[in-house]
Unconditional design. Structure first.
Length: 244
């Protein structure tokens, strides 16, 4: 199967965003998986992940949360944008709401057939989308930050949640993991956790190679996590014949 990429450039609050839709050329339209980036901003990394999803029968969107102008500024600009959102979770919530609503309204995207996956900062973002009660079927967080926003409400959560976590990740401590489990169970959410021993932050990213900062790719954890993701999505969309 070959894949086709379509620009979904859009504007929110006078800022331009560069999302990309990826789907198989001849495949029927399947459920949509939104792919949320880390501090690097929307890049070819998300396009590669979206392509893997498209080859599995989904259509996927590489989401842009920072905007084209921020991405053009390089890592310094994207890191500053991420730090700003981590310091102001209300602003992050507003950005997530706006981008999510815009992308779900894209022609060919069925609002009731959407999942979201995210990596690092993006892992936090997809958890926050679920926490806010957005109409998602499934959410998967890979080596994400886990702490809830201070303004967390009690909206009904529709998404099933899976968390892939490196046990030695210095950015998400064992205490954070236990707190997340208590939070999700307390809200009656269908959730599961896959934790990998001797595994650091960013274990899905082949370019991650700075163990002194707690950042390191793990081939085994990445392979196991992706296989588990595929099984999880298949289960969540079990009644959808477009997925195979």
């Amino acid at each position: 199967m070959t894949v086709h990429r379509t620009s979904l450039r859009h504007t929110v609050d006078d800022r331009h965003f560069d999302a990309v839709l990826v789907r198989g050329d001849d495949a029927p339209v399947g459920p949509t998986v939104l792919v949320f980036h880390g501090m690097e901003g929307r890049s070819d990394v998300q396009l590669d992940i979206a392509t893997r999803l498209a080859l599995s029968g989904y259509q996927a969107v590489a989401v842009d949360l920072f905007g084209e102008d921020v991405s053009a500024g390089g890592l310094a600009a994207t890191t500053a944008a991420m730090t700003g959102f981590l310091d102001d979770r209300v602003a992050l919530s507003r950005r997530l709401d706006a981008v999510f609503d815009t992308l779900v309204a894209t022609p060919g995207v069925e609002a009731g057939r959407v999942a979201a996956i995210g990596f690092c900062f993006g892992g936090l973002c997809v958890l926050d989308l679920a926490r806010a009660g957005h109409p998602l079927v499934a959410v998967a967080s890979f080596h994400g930050l886990l702490t809830p926003p201070p303004h967390l409400g009690q909206r009904q959560v529709t998404a099933r949640i899976i968390v892939f976590h490196g046990w030695d990740d210095p950015f998400a401590t064992p205490e954070d993991v236990v707190a997340l489990g208590s939070e999700l169970s307390g809200r009656g959410i269908d959730w599961q956790l896959h934790a990998y021993g001797d595994t650091l932050h960013a274990f899905m990213a082949p370019f991650a190679d700075d163990p002194t900062r707690g950042v390191l790719y793990s081939e085994s954890a990445a392979r196991r996590a992706w296989a588990s993701l595929e099984a999880f999505l298949a289960e969540c969309f079990a009644d959808d014949s477009a997925v195979h």
